[in-house]
Design a protein around this ligand. Structure first.
Ligand SMILES: C[S@@+](CC[C@H](N)C(=O)[O-])C[C@H]1O[C@@H](n2cnc3c(N)ncnc32)[C@H](O)[C@@H]1O
Length: 273
């Protein structure tokens, strides 16, 4: 935690660079501001799934899954930073209106003081650890500097994409979350999913591995899918930006099926034992 704070301050102060040419993702790689996946096509898989394992990333997958019924959420990320952002977003949902939330996370392109005021509201709902982390940045920098540093991904997603893909941004859902978030139990893990073996024996209703497949050795990824303790009718989802012949040929066994979303090349690979 102390090390995370020191590094985050250096990253935002531009005296430490957390981008590495060897590996995109590592212990201190950037945080995604929003999902870049077509999550609107994935929600159906999360319906009534209480116990889930998912990536942390921008937090969006997790927040949407709560609306579908997730109550026990185990989540992992190789970078130690995304977990602080997840709790920042959840505290913001509780303290801000939907419009303020969208402004803060998806439209804040200026150094206006209003963002400090919004953070002052959000921090009231942060626990000690998360408050310490974000205070250590907001005490020295404004939101614009923080959000435009390499602590965050520079990938841009339009407001319409973000609103289309995140059901939690619908007014009714957003307001519903204000009451449900506190009922969720979280266990968060920092580490490479290929090595987080404490998770392999746990039982989940659904496991969501995002598109981590794009950044790891495919043989090791296949071995990873095999290692999970999957009971009958439980499955692991892998997000694919493009379902192509190479992938279908490599994952050809009966354990794998593919769901190609309508009007797009993207989809998910579904793994069952
Ligand atoms: C693969 S990325 C891409 C963004 C993603 N498509 C989304 O919409 O959020 C998702 C997250 O996976 C994490 N990640 C990447 N490789 C990982 C690994 N081997 N083990 C655990 N987490 C990993 C990254 O740090 C990032 O936060």
């Amino acid at each position: 935690m102390d090390n995370d704070i020191v590094l985050a301050q250096k990253i935002v102060g531009r005296t430490y660079l957390n981008l590495s040419s060897n590996s995109t993702f590592h212990e201190h790689s950037f945080i995604y501001k929003s999902t870049n996946e077509e999550l609107s096509n994935i929600n159906k898989y999360f319906k009534n799934k209480n116990n889930i394992l998912t990536v942390i990333s921008s937090g969006d997958q997790i927040i949407n899954s709560i609306l579908e019924g997730a109550l026990n959420i185990d989540a992992f990320d190789i970078s130690s930073f995304p977990k602080y952002f997840l709790f920042l977003k959840m505290a913001a949902i509780k303290k801000l209106s939907r419009e303020e939330y969208i402004d803060f996370f998806f439209e804040s392109t200026t150094t206006e003081e209003k963002y400090d005021d919004l953070y002052d509201l959000i921090r009231k709902d942060l626990n000690k650890e998360n408050k310490e982390f974000w205070d250590s940045l907001f005490d020295y920098f404004d939101w614009y500097d923080i959000y435009n540093s390499t602590l965050f991904s520079s990938e841009f997603k339009s407001r319409s994409f973000i609103e289309n893909e995140n059901i939690y941004l619908e007014e009714n859902n957003y307001n519903k979350l204000k009451n449900t978030i506190d009922r969720v139990n979280f266990n968060l893990y920092t580490g490479d999913i290929l090595k987080l073996d404490t998770l392999y024996n746990k039982e989940y209703d659904i496991i969501y591995l995002s598109n981590i497949i794009d950044y790891v050795d495919k043989i090791k990824y296949k071995e990873l899918l095999n290692k999970f303790n999957l009971k009958e009718r439980k499955f692991i989802l892998t997000y694919l930006y493009e379902i192509n012949e190479n992938t279908r040929n490599f994952f050809f066994e009966n354990n794998y099926s593919f769901d190609n979303f309508e009007n797009t090349k993207a989809g998910v690979m579904i793994y069952k034992k």
